[in-house]
Design a protein around this ligand. Structure first.
Ligand SMILES: Cc1cc2nc3c(=O)[nH]c(=O)nc-3n(C[C@H](O)[C@H](O)[C@H](O)COP(=O)(O)O)c2cc1C
Length: 333
């Protein structure tokens, strides 16, 4: 299946595969045949109980269109988004590239998404569900950084009763200036707003809010994050997003240069993201950490868990390895 899908452009292949899967799973016999191993056991972090340890990372189901299908394949949780207040087309195509030699992906999607209203409507269908859904939040490209807290707050309020946990995403490299929001003051303002809003919306459950960080942060910047987690009471970290680095790639430099800007994911980001998980785990022994970046095998998954991750997510590894990765992780982690 992968060989056929890889004949298509990466973005077309993604939607072709998922729409075909959606169709196939409506046919009872095929539904039984195309099924991943269900997650076993459960992990509770920040008050949310996740089935197994494996989720699909943000960006795969940006618009909450494939939640049932991803659950059927064996994912214990789906992080939808990144969601912005107003729908966005994202960057011009092509904007998603495979680096097969490196088992990697470069993307500069730019938060293409249907916007919070449409996505919230779709999520209403999943009120009674058996899978954990995370809401990954971002800001619109046209929103200046000083108004970023407004965008995060709008999406948070819209999705509050529809998802189980939230993620503040300030680490995607494809929205100009977004990663500047990773500094202590900007992040502090965003979290203050969300925590205050949460008290207003409180209905007996305080939905936890996690922070997703880049793998490119220096140890000093990670120390700032640690301080912020302690001072603000941020309930968890997702480590990591894609990297802007292009170091150590096997793909010809000319090809990489021609692709241009974007976030690199998959095997080349594994060590960087594991370093971040390990570093943060040492500094924050009790803070939940979701490890993501370059998990392409059961042993990669075990490595992230050994580094300190409570849960793990995959994106690129699922593109390259398919269902066997999910089955392996659900059997052995
Ligand atoms: C095509 C693509 C789109 C992505 N979109 C988002 C996104 O919208 N929000 C986000 O937080 N991360 C996004 N990511 C990052 C992933 O969630 C993940 O953090 C990163 O790819 C590292 O994991 P991996 O090596 O398993 O792919 C995207 C990744 C890819 C490949």
């Amino acid at each position: 299946v992968r060989s056929i899908l890889f004949l298509w452009s990466a973005e077309k292949a993604h939607y072709l595969a998922m729409d075909t899967l959606k169709f196939v799973l409506k046919i009872p016999l095929l539904r039984k045949l195309v099924k991943g191993k269900s997650p076993s056991g459960s992990t509770t972090i920040a008050g949310v109980t996740f089935k197994g340890k494996l989720g699909i990372a943000a960006g795969f189901d940006k618009n909450a269109r494939y939640i049932n299908e991803l659950a059927h394949l064996g994912f214990g949780f789906v992080e939808i988004g990144t969601v912005t207040p107003v729908p966005q087309e994202g960057n011009p195509k092509p904007r998603l590239f495979r680096l097969k030699k490196d088992e990697a992906i470069i993307n500069r999607m730019g938060f293409n998404n249907d916007g919070m209203d449409k996505i919230a409507k779709r999520l209403e269908k999943y009120m009674d569900r058996d899978i954990v859904i995370g809401g990954n939040l971002g800001k619109n490209k046209v929103t200046p950084n000083e108004n970023a807290p407004d965008d995060y707050e709008k999406c948070f309020e819209k999705l509050y009763y529809l998802v189980d946990y939230f993620v503040v995403n300030v680490s995607s490299p494809n929205t100009p200036g977004l990663r500047d929001l990773q500094d202590k003051d900007s992040l502090g303002q965003i979290f203050d707003r969300l925590f205050a809003k949460r008290e207003e919306l409180y209905d007996g459950v305080r939905k936890p809010i996690f922070l997703k960080i880049a793998p490119d942060l220096t140890n000093d910047q990670l120390d700032d994050i640690t301080e912020l987690v302690n001072s603000k009471g941020i309930e968890g970290l997702i480590a990591t997003n894609t990297t802007i680095s292009r170091e150590g790639l096997k793909t010809d430099k000319s090809i990489v240069d021609e692709i241009g800007a974007g976030g690199l994911s998959g095997k080349p980001v594994k060590e960087m993201s594991t370093h971040v998980v390990k570093y943060l785990r040492n500094k924050l022994p009790n803070t939940p950490i979701v490890g993501v970046g370059g998990i392409h095998s059961v042993s990669d998954a075990k490595e992230k868990i050994a580094a300190g991750a409570d849960l793990i997510q995959v994106y690129s590894g699922f593109i390259y390895e398919g269902l066997s990765l999910v089955n392996g992780i659900n059997s052995e982690c």
